[in-house]
Design a protein around this ligand. Structure first.
Ligand SMILES: Nc1nc2c(ncn2[C@@H]2O[C@H](COP(=O)(O)OP(=O)(O)OP(=O)(O)O)[C@@H](O)[C@H]2O)c(=O)[nH]1
Ligand SMILES: [Mg+2]
Length: 340
């Protein structure tokens, strides 16, 4: 089903993940304000915001930079990504992806695309600025009406490049799920329905050997996604190689589940939960971290943290002027060194 999905990577983090999908033959496009970042990507469809030299984590600056060219940018997206389903990947903590994702998501939703945002959340050691951006991006993202499933990748869960590959592998496996069994299948319509469901989505994947309920639950709750704090899930999808899997022990980890789609596969098992609530506590933590730093910095104004010092009066100093040596050719310099 990959031909029905387009991938859009915004900024450095988003483009890194998008590039893994291009490696899996998805229609993929990248947008950046930094030519250095864009040059690192080996991709076919790369768009540079004209006149930009990067955004230095300034979300507003990105919007100002893209003001003139936004019409051209969205036109390029539409000409490359003709698919109805668009996976839009960006980090919450930077400037480019975090800032540009919001108007792009709004526009693409408005013209009838099913947008599937994938937002990378910063790890616990991130700066106040990154936390500020993450908070603002989350709040703005949550306010967009009509989005499909939103994936929140949590950089506190491990190495960022490992997170990138694991996510690309999980989502690709789900989109292209190979089900063909008399025991039941999760068909294309069901997969699209789950990915079109608003709210947060989480995917887990386990090997055939580990395909038991406890491992599937573990992969859902302790993978690379932001911690699930939602009591309810709208949809649960479980494709498993274990024909006698205890589905009930998985669904019962939620208070309520609206519908469950199950399928049987011969390979790995995949689990997906969609229609979850956003992790409000985590989002508020971004704001708190930012506010704590701002408060401490305001309490200790660096320009007033020492006694005012008097300027020196009545003293003067004339440095000895050293004349530069007569100019010597590079060869003579080398010769001089050799002859020493
Ligand atoms: N998981 C993951 N996180 C990344 C990656 N690259 C950057 N990040 C995280 O994303 C945040 C920084 O965002 P970037 O994507 O570099 O920012 P940008 O969108 O290019 O924005 P500017 O450079 O500020 O214009 C930090 O929290 C990084 O740890 C990546 O490849 N994978
Ligand atoms: Mg960047």
């Amino acid at each position: 089903m990959k031909e029905q999905f387009g991938i859009l990577g915004l900024g450095a983090g988003g483009s890194n993940i998008a590039n893994l999908f291009e490696g899996k033959s998805y229609t993929t496009m990248y947008i950046n304000t930094s030519v250095e970042d864009l040059d690192c990507i080996k991709g076919v469809h790369k768009v540079m915001v004209p006149g930009a030299e990067g955004a230095a984590k300034d979300r507003k600056r990105v919007l100002q930079l893209a003001m003139e060219s936004f019409g051209d940018i969205v036109q390029k997206i539409e000409s490359v990504i003709t698919q109805k389903y668009v996976v839009i990947i960006f980090s919450a903590g930077g400037g480019t992806g975090s800032g540009l994702s919001i108007p792009i998501l709004k526009y693409l939703t408005q013209i009838g695309k099913v947008c599937i945002p994938v937002m990378i959340l910063p790890d616990n050691r991130s700066s106040a600025k990154v936390n500020e951006n993450a908070y603002n991006a989350s709040v703005e993202l949550m306010s967009i009406q009509g989005l499909g499933a939103t994936f929140l990748l949590d950089n506190s869960r491990g190495d960022k490049f490992a997170i990138n590959s694991r996510f690309a592998c999980e989502l690709d496996s789900f989109i292209n799920l190979q089900n063909s069994s008399v025991h039941g299948n999760i068909d294309k319509a069901e997969r699209k329905q789950m990915l079109s469901c608003p709210g947060v989505a989480v995917i887990g994947k386990v090997s055939k050997a580990k395909s038991v309920a406890s491992e599937l639950v573990d992969s859902l709750y302790n993978g690379i996604h932001a911690e699930i704090t939602s009591k309810n899930a709208y949809y649960l999808g479980i494709s498993t190689s274990n024909k006698s899997l205890d589905i009930e022990s998985i669904t019962s980890t939620f208070s309520s589940v609206y519908d469950v789609f199950t399928g049987t596969s011969e390979a790995t098992s995949i689990i997906i939960a969609t229609g979850l609530q956003f992790p409000q506590k985590k989002i508020v933590e971004f704001r708190n971290k930012f506010e704590e730093t701002v408060k401490t910095m305001n309490d200790t104004n660096v320009m007033q943290s020492f006694e005012p010092l008097e300027p020196l009066k009545g003293l003067s100093f004339t440095p000895t002027v050293i004349q530069p040596q007569a100019s010597t050719s590079p060869r003579d310099i080398l010769m001089g060194l050799l002859n020493n």
